[in-house]
Design a protein around this ligand. Structure first.
Ligand code: 5GP
Length: 178
């Protein structure tokens, strides 16, 4: 691993306040309805858990889908592969896809198409972090936490080569000796 340090970008307090706001909006939008929340592993697992615990007045079920990510590198390959598909049926259900980061948009585009093919009653997407600068495809994002610059981030479930998922804040990886 290259010599680096982690520089805080979004503190834990700001994250929890924003996640509560998003959850409140989702609670209003789906009031009294059944919602299948689909977290994208592994990066969205903390965001998904915090979002769920702040939803009120609706019935939820939770499932997870895993797809290939950056692996050990910090650049996307652009190739998306499903490593673990859903256990719950999607057809006819109200589905909320929960993602950690939208960058090029390729991952979300692929997963949204994958779910649409199974004919959900509705499909919306919540994203914690939006990096709009390298977008290659336009994707629908219904609930957005923060817009961030084009930097490589870790923490709050998001890793670098499986490290740093435990950090309670979002930090930027700064490489030393560059
Ligand atoms: P995409 O480029 O397809 O929008 O994003 C691909 C995936 O790369 C996302 O699911 C997200 O988990 C991951 N990703 C995007 N930016 C970063 C980043 O700054 N740090 C980490 N660890 N993963 C990222």
């Amino acid at each position: 691993m290259r010599l680096h340090r982690i520089e805080p970008l979004i503190e834990a307090d700001a994250l929890s306040a924003r996640v509560r706001d998003l959850a409140m909006q989702i609670s209003v939008d789906y009031q009294g309805r059944d919602l299948l929340v689909v977290g994208i592993l592994k990066g969205a697992f903390v965001f998904c858990a915090d979002l769920l615990r702040n939803l009120h007045g609706l019935r939820t079920q939770v499932d997870f889908i895993a797809c290939s990510s950056y692996g050990v590198a910090t650049e996307t390959s652009g190739v998306v592969r499903i490593l673990k598909d859903l256990n719950e049926p999607v057809t006819g259900r109200e589905v909320l896809l929960v993602e950690d980061i939208v960058d090029t948009g390729l991952t979300l585009q692929y997963l949204q198409a994958h779910l649409h093919r199974q004919h959900p009653r509705s499909l919306r997407t919540a994203v914690l972090l939006d990096k709009p600068y390298r977008r290659q495809v336009s994707v629908q994002v219904d609930y957005r936490g923060f817009e961030i610059p084009d930097v490589f981030v870790v923490g709050y479930g998001i890793d670098w080569a499986e490290h740093y998922r435990h950090l309670p804040y979002i930090g930027v990886v700064r490489f030393l000796n560059d």
